[in-house]
Design a protein. Structure first.
Length: 248
């Protein structure tokens, strides 16, 4: 609807802090990583696979409350020192993931991407630049074809530099009545990234997150997506989305 009078628009002067509503029966501790619970739309202590929202500026005890009864203030920008087992100077520039609100890892898979290592002051100790808005990652989206008489090999991408896969999703507007999806670097059997995802488990028109069995792709490597043959009804309107982080 077009305007017929002046309106006031809220402007956030501080770009580093945000306030988000907290999930029911939840306590978020100061300094903890915070994720979005997609099922409820409220934030919680990060669990593997959550979309990272920021780092808790304060404790928020909503253990006796309902969804949204309490709000938590989060850092959404900045560099923070944290422990990361096995980290060394050679990891500067790499993406960082989290498996819970206090455990960092260099492995993607089902962990949540949170940012980039910008320094390693000592072995096992890193400075991470948090990236809840995913400004440092890139996404490619390609169509997927499906047939009833044979498998289909779908070209996805060719990366000139080494990359780390952060997340992948698949969808079909009408899913096939049979078949699986494999994604990887081997055209004949591309299973290095996603292995044997059952396409019949999809909901028509809805993207589904894929479990990653591998995340690192070497430089100058092509990625393929193979859709195995359907029985009598091929999939219609398929697509694959891959979010990735280019390594320096």
């Amino acid at each position: 609807m077009t305007l017929s009078s002046d309106v006031n628009v809220n402007r956030y002067l501080d770009q580093q802090l945000r306030t988000l509503a907290v999930k029911a029966a939840t306590t978020i501790y100061r300094g903890g990583l915070v994720g979005l619970d997609r099922a409820s739309g409220y934030v919680r202590p990060l669990q593997a696979g959550d979309q990272f929202q920021g780092l808790a500026y304060e404790q928020c005890d909503n253990s006796s409350g309902s969804n949204g009864d309490r709000e938590v203030i989060l850092f959404t920008q900045g560099d923070f020192e944290s422990s990361l087992s096995g980290a060394s100077k050679t990891d500067i520039g790499r993406p960082v993931f989290a498996s819970d609100d206090n455990t960092l890892t260099l492995s993607g898979g089902n962990a949540s991407y949170i940012g980039q290592i910008i320094d390693v002051p000592a072995n096992g100790q890193i400075i991470v630049r948090i990236d809840p808005q995913k400004r440092l990652t890139h996404t490619i989206t390609v169509p997927l074809s499906s047939q009833t008489d044979s498998d289909t090999s779908n070209p996805v991408a060719a990366f000139g530099t080494k990359v780390v896969i952060v997340k992948a999703q698949v969808w079909f507007e009408t899913k096939p009545d049979a078949g699986s999806l494999n994604v990887g670097t081997d055209n004949s059997d591309p299973d290095e990234i996603v292995d044997n995802f059952n396409l019949t488990t999809l909901t028509n028109g809805s993207p589904s997150n894929l479990t990653l069995v591998g995340t690192t792709v070497a430089a100058n490597t092509r990625i393929w997506a193979k859709v195995s043959a359907a029985t009598s009804s091929a999939g219609v309107g398929g697509g694959l989305s891959i979010e990735y982080y280019p390594l320096p």
